[in-house]
Ligand binder design. Structure first.
Ligand SMILES: [Zn+2]
Length: 349
């Protein structure tokens, strides 16, 4: 049976895309916070494969090749430029292998280069060349669509989209909104989304940087502004109006704040801000009701978040077999086989 593609799936319901590989593999001890280069793809490929599989079991419809920051600029920074091509090809091969286990879509990925400057033709040429080489490996690998993500400059997203369009594969373009809530080239998110729609993207939206509460108002504006599919992939942290991005979150417990280097919780001391799986489920229901049908969670996501998102959309992924059932908990449960004295003691726990 032929696998249905991204656009066919979006036409009939939501599509879930798990992201956040950098943060999760950093927590597990397989890559370094700071440069955040996916060296794990070459150094511990089985770990990437396992995480893809965890997300697939949890209900992700998309296995996104882990090539985020596997571009020439980043590899030069860490002195592994010679590994650029093998790293990209290996990431694509791993993603394809796992996707085939569960009828999932395979996505290629390109992202922010951190070298973009407005009106700098040299930088634009350099960025285009970086995207072209990555996209050529994506095309050779054979994927279902390509994600261009985490762009804070519209200008850079436009270059990415142009490179993807030449492949004729479906495209998902997502922006990352920093503290001011606009693109760095000044566009409001809805204006930027409109331009990306006009330039032929299939899906447009936001990923990373903002938590649910501070991302959704912009998602709503984007939804109103465009007629293509909209994507929302927040970070699973409780961002606020005062601290709208995960980079700006600060520890409020003074007894804990002193031990955090430079007092900056980002990126590896964000644990106290983590949302619960129930908040992710609520996000899924609300976003889908709003007409946002490409959904996921970005940096900080674990498989339990993706499972909650999938279940909120009426799915029952393989990992739902182990979704919570407190009826057999020794104290909080109501199963008649449980010891009455422990159930009675529940109020004293
Ligand atoms: Zn992210």
């Amino acid at each position: 049976m032929k696998k249905s593609g991204l656009l066919e799936r979006l036409a009939v319901g939501p599509v879930i895309c798990a992201e956040g590989y950098l943060f999760e593999l950093e927590r597990r001890g397989y890559l370094q916070a700071g440069a955040y280069v996916p060296e794990v793809v070459l150094d511990f490929p089985e770990q990437v494969e396992n995480l893809h599989r965890d997300f697939l079991r949890a209900g992700s419809d998309v296995i996104e090749a882990f090539t985020y920051y596997a571009h020439r600029e980043k590899l030069r920074l860490i002195g592994r430029e010679a590994d650029l091509e093998p790293m990209n090809r290996q990431a694509l091969a791993i993603a394809k292998k796992v996707a085939a286990e569960g009828n999932a879509l395979v996505a290629g990925n390109i992202c922010n280069t951190n070298v973009y400057e407005p009106n700098n033709r040299d930088a634009e040429r350099q960025i285009r060349a970086m995207f072209e080489e990555q996209v050529s490996w994506v095309v050779e690998a054979g994927v279902d669509f390509i994600i261009a993500e985490t762009f804070s400059w519209l200008g850079e997203a436009e270059i990415a989209l142009d490179v993807i369009k030449r492949t004729k594969l479906p495209s998902v373009v997502t922006f990352a909104l920093h503290r001011h809530g606009t693109m760095r080239d000044g566009f409001k998110p809805a204006e930027a989304a409109k331009k990306i729609e006009q330039q032929g993207a299939d899906v447009v939206g936001l990923n990373c940087i903002r938590g649910i509460r501070t991302m959704m108002p912009s998602i709503e504006e984007i939804r109103k502004a465009v007629s293509i599919h909209v994507a929302a992939l927040p970070v699973p942290y409780r961002t606020t109006i005062a601290e709208p991005t995960f980079e700006s979150l600060t520890e409020k417990d003074q007894e804990c704040a002193h031990c955090i280097p430079d007092g900056r919780s980002f990126p590896v001391a964000l644990d106290p801000f983590q949302v619960t799986r129930y908040e992710i489920a609520e996000f899924g229901r609300q976003a889908y009701a709003m007409g946002v049908n490409y959904l996921g969670v970005c940096c900080g996501a674990g498989p339990h978040h993706i499972r909650a998102l999938a279940e909120s959309l009426g799915r029952e992924p393989a990992a739902s077999r182990f979704s919570p059932d407190m009826s057999k908990h020794y104290a909080y449960g109501n199963d008649q086989k449980l010891k009455a004295a422990n159930r009675e003691y529940a109020k004293d726990l």
